[in-house]
Design a protein around this ligand. Structure first.
Ligand code: BES
Ligand code: MN
Ligand code: ZN
Length: 498
């Protein structure tokens, strides 16, 4: 599907040919003298339409409108969040019809100050989100009909950057959703590595994939222990995006890549176990963020690390009580093999040290306890560094992909003490998402670190079961903000010195 940003005045919106014209109408609308404005104010006056967010009025072959269908949709206050909800609502009838070319007009939304980039981005993201459909393992997948989306605005130049960022994030989210949704037998560690290799064909991206032998040589005893129960060989994926001078410290993103989590010997109950195919959504969000980086080419260096394996029960599998030795040298007593995410992440966090990073952010569907704490609205944010926590929180708000900071008091680590190793992999039931973060923190002492627990936000269950692509939006906004605040490429000055 193709997006285009175009300057379209109100009268031009009405005269442009397309299958459907979607007009976003805010509560504060100031109708003009054009035919469509007259139609809108008439509909409001007659009580057939109001601009409350998500309210819709549809018509067919309306006089003065070249589009076959006209959809008026209310956007309430017109905030980014309202725009997202309105476009999501309008995508219902668009998908039900066989529309190929549509126009989303934001020209009634603009005030005297113009449009906000956030409004344009929200429109692009909601439209792409509604247009996504999973196809891979269906023998007769529904053919995607929507080919072209024209975003009509009063002045394209002033919102072009926001539009481009929205488009890049949308592509990243698409990729993350697709890999998240793929069943575990179609998204093995080896296949995830293949996805990383595909990304490395894009500008500025390189990928390196380590297998069991290299990982053993690195001493990643904790990661290897989780993979032991599976027939699928583990993969450790290293992605690099180079957009800044080589000596500029990178941001490292670490994504949990458990391609299926049975719980291992501490096996999970059967109901909803299928959803544990989503246990690699942290990894998928890293792939998605790199997809967006390739598109936007920001001035920053980023490393992506993905430990990928299955967590399975087997004669050779890790057992409760086993003690493993992590790459950091710390020994871990595995009291519950279902707390496997932290066991693969801890070795990746140690590996991250070699990049002398300016910050490390890990992203993981880590704990059911985080779902209980925050539900599906906000991801859990844990951070050892206040500036990093603030930057991630702000990125989440700006991207409409919010998170909420959780505590890391040392008292929460009490329960991780054991008589048989340096640390246990689980504590009691209380504050489960915090004790998991306290475990990780032991391996992330050498750099500013943050952890995003996306167990509640990465996918939806029930009838709308599927991956959300979160937190790609948060991550990309964070990286773009970091690029903006980083020193520019020093090439010229260095040559001057020589
Ligand atoms: N992948 C799960 C976390 C999870 C569970 C995410 C349910 C979303 C929904 C993780 O590996 C896990 O099993 N965690 C355990 C930890 C416990 C054994 C301390 C959990 O949350 O139950
Ligand atoms: Mn588990
Ligand atoms: Zn898991």
């Amino acid at each position: 599907m193709d997006f285009e940003l175009k300057t379209l005045s109100r009268p031009r919106s009405a005269s442009e040919k397309c299958d459907a014209l979607v007009v976003l109408v805010p509560a504060h609308v100031t109708p003009g003298a054009d035919a469509l404005s007259t139609l809108i104010s008439g509909a409001i006056k007659a009580g057939h339409f109001d601009a409350e967010r998500g309210k819709m009025l549809q018509s067919y072959r309306s006089p003065g409108v070249s589009a076959t269908r006209l959809i008026l949709v209310g956007v309430g206050s017109g905030s980014g969040k309202d725009v997202r909800a309105a476009v999501a609502a309008a995508m219902g009838p668009i998908k039900a019809s066989s529309a190929q070319k549509i126009i989303l007009s934001l020209s009634w939304l603009a005030t005297d100050d113009g449009l906000g980039s956030d409004q344009v981005q929200a429109a692009v993201l909601a439209c792409a989100d509604g247009a996504y459909s999973y196809r891979l393992t269906k023998s007769k997948p529904a053919a995607p009909r929507l080919e072209k989306v024209l975003i009509g605005v009063p002045a394209a130049a002033s919102v072009r950057q926001g539009f481009q960022a929205g488009l890049a994030v949308a592509r990243g989210i698409d990729l993350a959703r697709e890999w998240g949704n793929r069943p575990a037998n179609h998204a093995t560690p080896t296949m995830l590595a293949g996805a990383a290799r595909d990304l490395a064909k894009l500008r500025g991206i390189r990928a390196e994939v380590l297998g069991p032998r290299e990982v053993a040589r690195l001493g990643m005893g904790s990661f290897m222990a989780v993979a032991r129960g599976s027939q699928e060989p583990l993969r450790f994926i290293v992605l690099r995006y180079s957009g800044a001078a080589r000596d500029q410290a990178p941001v490292v993103l670490v994504g949990k890549g458990i391609t299926f989590d049975t719980g291992g010997i501490s096996i999970k109950p059967a109901p909803e176990m299928d959803e544990m195919k989503f246990d690699m959504c942290g990894a998928a969000s890293v792939l998605g963020a790199f997809r967006a980086l390739a598109e936007l080419q920001p001035n920053i260096n980023v490393v992506g690390l993905i430990p990928a394996c299955e967590n399975m029960p087997d004669g050779r599998a890790l057992k409760p009580g086993d003690v493993v030795r992590s790459m950091s040298g710390q020994t871990i007593e595995v009291l519950n093999t279902d707390a496997e995410g932290r066991l693969i992440l801890c070795d990746a966090l140690t590996y991250a040290e070699r990049f002398k990073p300016r910050a490390v952010v890990d992203i993981a569907t880590l704990t059911g306890a985080c779902v209980i704490a925050l539900g599906a609205v906000r991801s859990g944010l844990f951070a050892s560094d206040d500036a990093l926590a603030l930057a991630l929180s702000e990125a989440g708000e700006a991207a409409l992909d919010p998170c909420w900071r959780m505590p890391l008091d040392d008292e929460y680590a009490e329960g991780l003490k054991t008589n048989f190793a340096d640390v246990a992999n689980v504590a009691g039931r209380a504050a489960g998402s915090v004790t998991a973060a306290k475990f990780l923190q032991r391996f992330a002492a050498k750099y500013p670190w943050a952890h995003l627990d996306i167990a509640g936000t990465a996918w939806k269950g029930g009838a709308a079961k599927g991956s959300t692509g979160r937190p790609v939006g948060l991550l990309v906004h964070y990286l773009l903000a970091q690029a903006a605040s980083a020193p520019k490429r020093a090439r010229v000055s260095r040559r001057a010195k020589a």
